[in-house]
Design a protein around this ligand. Structure first.
Ligand code: HEC
Length: 131
């Protein structure tokens, strides 16, 4: 009698442990948003919403300006001039921002949410300049 209770409770423990491990794994997976086209609603034809541009500008000032320059203007740096980023390629933007690029562009997938990245995209797109 005593023994079977012990077995049942150890099985319960195992199940709870697995559930916790699974929840932890799911939480981690959520932190790195999958860069899908569907996640970025802003196609080139739709102008970005002003409040999204403003949110993006503020994130940019905190996280990106030290390399890409305030207002995306920086002379003589090695960072990409984001005013020239193709405005019709949100996939490339999301991919480069979440995963990083080369040796000097850090990955932001575990720092920024998809909402942040969409706001950044709105800001970058709103500041686009042709060559
Ligand atoms: C530590 C410096 C640094 C910071 C901070 C930084 N970047 Fe970059 N970024 C770079 C460099 C350098 C490149 C050029 C990488 C290359 O082409 O090898 C780059 C390239 C890019 C590109 C172009 C990638 C492509 O597809 O060619 C985008 C978009 C970009 N950065 C966005 C951002 C955004 C948005 C932020 C803020 C969240 C940011 N970066 C923060 C250094 C930085």
């Amino acid at each position: 009698m005593h023994k079977s209770v012990a077995i049942v409770s150890s099985k319960l423990f195992l199940v709870l442990g697995l559930a916790a491990a699974l929840a932890a794994a799911t939480a981690r997976a959520d932190e790195v948003p999958a860069p899908t086209e569907a996640a970025v609603h802003l196609d080139a034809a739709t102008p970005p919403a002003p409040e999204q541009v403003a949110a993006g500008k503020s994130i940019f000032g905190r996280q990106c300006a030290r390399c890409h320059g305030f207002n995306m203007v920086k002379r003589g740096g090695i960072a990409f001039d984001l005013r020239k980023f193709p405005p019709d390629d949100p996939d490339r933007f999301v991919h480069s921002v979440t995963k990083g690029k080369g040796r000097n562009m850090p990955p932001w997938g575990s720092v920024l949410s998809m909402t942040d990245i969409q706001a950044l995209w709105a800001y970058v797109r709103s500041n686009h300049e042709d060559q």
